[in-house]
Design a protein around this ligand. Structure first.
Ligand SMILES: N[C@@H](CCC(=O)N[C@@H](CS)C(=O)NCC(=O)O)C(=O)O
Length: 210
């Protein structure tokens, strides 16, 4: 399989399936397309019909959209248990995951993903309601599962929220209790650390991505 991604510094959507595949030891070839270059559009078009990354290529199958890629991987590798095994838990896991995929636009806009930046006293402005909603759904889920991940074991939902954890760290979003522990657990995940290390090696720049 080939996973087409954007810059590790900026591409939060690419991060999600990449971290999932790394965490669950699914081997793949990584193809990184540099974002915001004159040739970016043309390069992405070679792989992805939507003109966006990530895209997953598995033989003659091309899948775009990060959420669809992760759903496909879950079905292709059922033994990896990428979602909770209980039907009702799985339904809630998908609700959390889709809420992230479809929403939190203000947070994504105001706190754009950038591995290399770090802020203190950042003005969260109009993104505060989104930030509070994320914290409260994490809190509630961690209380139910007992942690350390949202549904106990690492799952697709954690991959979906991984860039949000990164944003909270970058922009100094105050966290406490179970939410703080969750952020620490996530930032210590070896797959996420590997992504961050890769980002730090990048010497090409692009605009911030949401
Ligand atoms: N809904 C898409 C979003 C993908 C997306 O916006 N990707 C950005 C990079 S993070 C992209 O490909 N930008 C390239 C461009 O617009 O030229 C998904 O979940 O995969």
């Amino acid at each position: 399989m080939k996973l087409i991604i954007g810059n590790k510094t900026y591409s939060s959507w690419s991060l999600r399936p990449w971290v999932l595949m790394k965490h669950f030891n699914i081997s793949f070839e990584e193809i990184l397309v540099k974002l915001d270059m004159p040739e970016t559009k043309q390069e992405i078009a070679k792989y992805s019909p939507s003109g966006k990354v990530p895209a997953l290529i598995d033989g003659d199958l091309v899948i775009w959209e990060s959420a669809a890629i992760m759903e496909y991987l879950n079905e292709k590798f059922p033994e990896k248990k990428m979602y909770p095994q209980d039907l009702k838990q799985r339904a809630i896991a998908r609700a959390l995951s889709m809420e992230m995929h479809a929403g939190f636009g203000k947070m994504r806009e105001r706190l754009s993903f950038n591995v290399k930046k770090s802020y203190q006293n950042f003005d969260f402005g109009f993104a505060l309601a989104d930030i509070d909603r994320v914290k409260s759904l994490w809190m509630e889920q961690l209380k139910k599962s007992g942690g350390p991940f949202l549904f106990g074991e690492f799952s697709i939902v954690d991959a979906m929220y991984a860039p949000v954890v990164g944003r909270f760290v970058t922009y100094g979003v105050p966290v406490e209790g179970a939410v703080k522990s969750y952020c620490e657990t996530m930032m210590n995940l070896s797959a996420l650390k590997e992504w961050y290390a890769g980002a730090m090696q990048e010497d090409f720049e692009a605009a911030d991505h949401i």
